[in-house]
Design a protein around this ligand. Structure first.
Ligand code: SF4
Length: 93
């Protein structure tokens, strides 16, 4: 199960990734919390196929995409995007 942790709560699923994030309400509906976290943190970061399938059925993919582009997490698959793909997207405010 993928979990989202608060800044004061140590990460277990993401230990070693330094992926501590601020929780947002939409995360309660994140489909990735119901699957093996390895799906979203594959050994080869550019192989997100299984994560993309999960994200494609997720009700909060738009909120997740906006969050990932705003906060720029350095690890994992977010809204079906790898870090490399996220880095190619420029956001204008
Ligand atoms: S879009 Fe994907 S990474 Fe984002 S919350 Fe949904 S399942 Fe998780």
């Amino acid at each position: 199960m993928r979990t989202f942790h608060t800044a004061t709560e140590p990460s277990t699923a993401w230990s070693g990734t330094a992926a501590v994030i601020e929780p947002e309400p939409w995360m309660a509906n994140a489909l990735c919390t119901q699957v093996d976290p390895e799906v979203f943190f594959p050994e080869k970061p550019d192989t997100p196929e299984l994560a993309r399938k999960v994200c494609g059925s997720c009700d909060v993919i738009e909120q997740c995409r906006e969050y990932a582009l705003r906060t720029r997490p350095r690890h994992g698959i977010w809204a079906g995007m790898t870090l490399r793909q996220r880095n190619k997207i420029k956001v204008t405010l």
